[in-house]
Write a new protein. Structure first.
Length: 109
């Protein structure tokens, strides 16, 4: 199954901010059951410095530095993720809705 994930973060400041540094964690991580096939990150205003790396835990991280006065910061991430459903073990499957309703009815008698 393919998902398209859109996330927008907006910061509005009460007055102009001359400098800011941010670490952004918005790219989905690849696992056995999901794979990020595409990911874009747009930042406004455009940062003076941008560095894409992995953090200590292996997560995608983007370090940015805005070095011009700004009153608003907008970060938008768009990712496409392929997800493989994880089958439940037989012993973790609970009763059906109908069975649960019947069990509740019997408890209330």
């Amino acid at each position: 199954m393919k998902y398209r994930v859109v996330h927008t973060t907006e910061y509005g400041y009460g007055e102009s901010v001359p400098l800011c540094h941010n670490v952004i964690h918005l790219r989905p991580r690849d696992t056995r059951h999901q794979r990020c096939t595409r990911s874009t990150l747009s930042i406004s205003p455009v940062p003076a410095v941008r560095r894409d790396q992995r953090d200590f835990f292996g997560n995608h991280a983007t370090w940015v530095s805005l070095q011009e006065p700004h009153e608003r910061l907008t970060i938008k991430a768009i990712s496409e993720v392929d997800v493989v459903p994880v089958p439940l073990a037989p012993d973790t499957v609970g009763p059906t809705w109908e069975q649960a309703a019947q069990m509740l009815a019997e408890c209330n008698r």
